[in-house]
Design a protein around this ligand. Structure first.
Ligand SMILES: C[S@@+](CC[C@H](N)C(=O)[O-])C[C@H]1O[C@@H](n2cnc3c(N)ncnc32)[C@H](O)[C@@H]1O
Length: 267
């Protein structure tokens, strides 16, 4: 005997229970109290790993290369992306020789590498195997590695490292290590071009979501200044805007527009 109505209702109920339990579990293990305590005692890499959005990420062929790295085609996102990509391109052309060796940190599907490799030698590193497979296919002229930037040997002596929308996936207790590694792989006089999501409210300073951290520009600058000479540090879309600990007047939508840009030089 079959009960199609009831079984589909049961199926829906089961899925709902499973989904709600998963959500409840994630909320229970991803909250400001636990995340700040873990950051304080250096256990946050474990939490970051648990919530990591990219490690096992599958490429969705129905979506664009841009959507597959989490950026929509909404007007505000497109405007902010094109501003950051344009700033990177002019910065690199204005400061580096043609053919200079550049590291694309968090290269994703190789969107930025495509344009940059028309003038420079691009090496990419990304933690996602599948996105890197796509990046390689799209950019056979570039070299791509799969690995965690903090531990993987991706080469050294780079004239520039650029990293767009990636810092948010590094644990707070490893922020200093991030800049130490960047310093290690750059040649003396090399540049770091770092775009990141910055804190938009006071509560962001307590890491409410460890899977996507909005860092305070003041803290980022303090860590970077240990290894680099800061050349510029300002909002990545509204260049004249300077934020200290968190943004008191953010763009209303949670969007790529809310980003910050650090340009620093290895002494
Ligand atoms: C929002 S996407 C940005 C991709 C690319 N930068 C762009 O703008 O098109 C973030 C990327 O960072 C990568 N990523 C996250 N944590 C990483 C890590 N520890 N080491 C290397 N790559 C990482 C992810 O796999 C993902 O491709």
């Amino acid at each position: 005997m079959r009960f199609p109505e009831s079984s589909s209702f049961q199926g829906k109920l089961l899925r709902w229970i499973k989904g709600s339990m998963g959500k409840a579990f994630r909320i229970a293990v991803n909250n400001p109290l636990l995340n700040s305590a873990a950051a304080w005692c250096g256990a946050d890499p474990l939490l970051c790993r648990l919530h990591h959005q990219w490690v096992g990420r599958n490429f969705n062929p129905a979506k664009s290369l841009q959507e597959n790295v989490g950026f929509s085609h909404r007007e505000d996102v497109e405007a902010a992306l094109s501003k950051v990509h344009g700033t990177l391109w002019s910065f690199a052309c204005g400061n580096l020789e043609e053919g200079a060796s550049i590291l694309d940190l968090g290269s994703g599907t190789g969107l930025i590498a495509k344009r940059m490799s028309s003038r420079f030698k691009i090496v990419g590193i990304d933690i996602s195997e599948e996105l890197t497979r796509v990046a390689r296919k799209e950019n056979p002229q570039c070299e791509f590695h799969v690995g965690d930037f903090l531990s993987f040997e991706c080469g050294s002596d780079f004239a520039l490292i650029y990293s767009i929308g990636v810092l948010m996936y590094f644990p707070p207790s490893r922020l200093r290590l991030f800049f130490e590694r960047a310093h290690e792989v750059l040649r003396p006089g090399g540049y770091l071009f770092l775009q990141y999501s910055h804190a938009l409210k006071r509560s962001d300073l307590w890491f409410p979501d460890i899977s996507s951290i909005k860092y305070s520009p003041a803290i980022v600058e303090r860590c970077a200044a240990e290894f680099f000479k800061i050349e510029a540090h300002h909002h990545s879309f509204f260049e004249e805007k300077i934020v200290q600990d968190y943004d008191r007047d953010p763009f209303p939508m949670d969007s790529f527009v809310n980003g910050y840009l650090l340009i620093a030089r290895r002494p």
